[in-house]
Design a protein around this ligand. Structure first.
Ligand SMILES: *[C@@H]1O[C@H](CO)[C@@H](O)[C@H](O)[C@H]1NC(C)=O
Length: 396
């Protein structure tokens, strides 16, 4: 009886858009900027990494600029070994853009060659630009922003790119007092790993306050039901191929986490294990029926399934996954968790940032405001209970 109603429920699921690196057709207008040469901030194909910037609209009519800046790393999956990186390049794997015939509408995710001069963004950008300068960083390193190495035919310099952007922004907006550093999906994973180092670096440069906004980075260990190799193995490969032996390795792994997991450094790149070590104040945004993890783990789908239909056995597995994630999230720092019980993933770049609410009527935007105001969202208000039934998107 229960399974029949579950199946019916699932059929009407329509997944919220998952935002990989992209510019939109409307929204806040951000301008393209380059990075200083020599910082090692290059894309997979060796083209220079770049970033987009818009000053706060609160200050466009006056001389003084806002002293708060959002730096947001974009997402879009990753590759981890020669096969997956070749497939990412030729468009046979996520995000399914062929790098040899790419353009601004269907950009190569391993290059800056398609970056338009202007990028329009909604969601968190339109909302924060009212009071803060906003920076959006295109994703061209395919390493979850964690790499600093050369592998096969490609460069994997995500960590160097992020650091170079942070330095460039502080120089471009010298009166910055508060930085909100974060990102979504792959950008959320990278910004989680880099947050404490970024915070230290910014404070050395006169920034008073650093906060994290970490959207959908929370990987939980799970044995996939299908042929997918698993996020654990992917992360092990990322560590071995793009990080191990790099000058930045200690910065990326983090010394406390590295000490806790000797010879298992990959765990320090993996949400479940890394989050307890993150010291900088932050908001962790998660969907407890995370569309990215479930699509891969349940149906070996490289992307996010729209309207997935699950068997009873799969639904049991999904409930277990959500329950496990819920229990882990409940152990994290008070004030740091915003986790809906929806099938969704990384919506902060869209209208859902403001429009969708959790069970307590709180949106991501509300939760971020609470963080900025210094109190954070209480665990009981931020962490939705897991319902008995698999739930689709928030806000309906
Ligand atoms: C961009 O590339 C995609 C995929 O190759 C193609 O379908 C689309 O027509 C191209 N758009 C333009 C404006 O050239």
């Amino acid at each position: 009886m229960r399974s029949a109603s579950l199946l019916l429920y699932v059929i009407f699921v329509h997944v919220r858009f998952a935002w990989s690196w992209s510019c939109e057709s409307s929204g806040t207008e951000l301008q393209l900027f380059g990075l200083p040469k020599g910082a090692g901030a290059v894309c997979n194909d060796g083209t220079p990494a770049q970033y987009y910037f818009a000053p706060s609209t609160s200050t466009s009519s006056s001389k003084s600029s806002s002293d708060t800046t959002l730096i947001y790393l974009s997402g879009g999956g990753q590759c981890s070994d020669e096969t997956s990186c070749a497939s990412r390049y030729d468009g046979s794997a996520y995000p399914y853009h062929d790098c040899d015939s790419s353009n601004a509408t269907s950009p190569c995710f391993m290059s800056s060659k398609d970056n338009p001069d202007v990028c329009l963004k909604g969601g968190i950008f339109s909302e924060l630009v009212k009071t803060a300068n906003v920076v959006y960083v295109p994703y061209c390193s395919s390493d979850g922003w964690m790499g600093d190495g050369e592998f096969g035919n490609f460069e994997f310099r995500g960590a160097s790119i992020a650091m170079a952007v942070v330095d460039a922004v502080v120089e471009a907006v010298p009166n910055t007092k508060t930085v909100i550093f974060g990102g979504g999906s792959a950008g959320g994973r990278g910004s989680s790993v880099l947050l404490d180092s970024v915070s230290e670096r910014l404070k050395d440069n006169g920034v008073k306050r650093v906060l994290g906004f970490l959207d959908s980075p929370y990987y939980v260990e799970e044995d996939p039901m299908g042929d997918f190799e698993g996020f654990q193995q992917q992360t092990i490969d990322v560590y071995n191929n793009f990080i191990s032996g790099s000058d930045l390795e200690e910065m990326i792994i983090g010394s406390a986490c590295g000490d806790a997991y000797p010879n298992e450094e990959w765990k320090c790149l993996f949400g479940q294990y890394r989050f307890p070590f993150i010291e900088t104040q932050h908001l962790l945004v998660a969907d407890q029926f995370d569309g990215w993890q479930l699509s891969h783990n349940i149906h070996d789908y490289d992307g996010i399934e729209v309207n997935p239909v699950y068997t009873d056995e799969e639904l049991v597995n999904i409930e277990e996954f959500a329950g496990k994630q819920h229990a882990l999230l409940a152990t994290l720092k008070e004030g740091s968790v915003y986790a809906t019980a929806c099938y969704s993933h990384h919506i902060s770049e869209g209208d859902g940032f403001v429009d969708y609410k959790n069970n307590r009527g709180i949106s991501q935007s509300d939760a971020l405001k609470m963080l900025i105001e210094g109190k954070g969202v209480e665990m009981v208000e931020g962490l939705d209970e897991i319902p008995d039934e698999f739930v689709c998107c928030c806000g309906d």
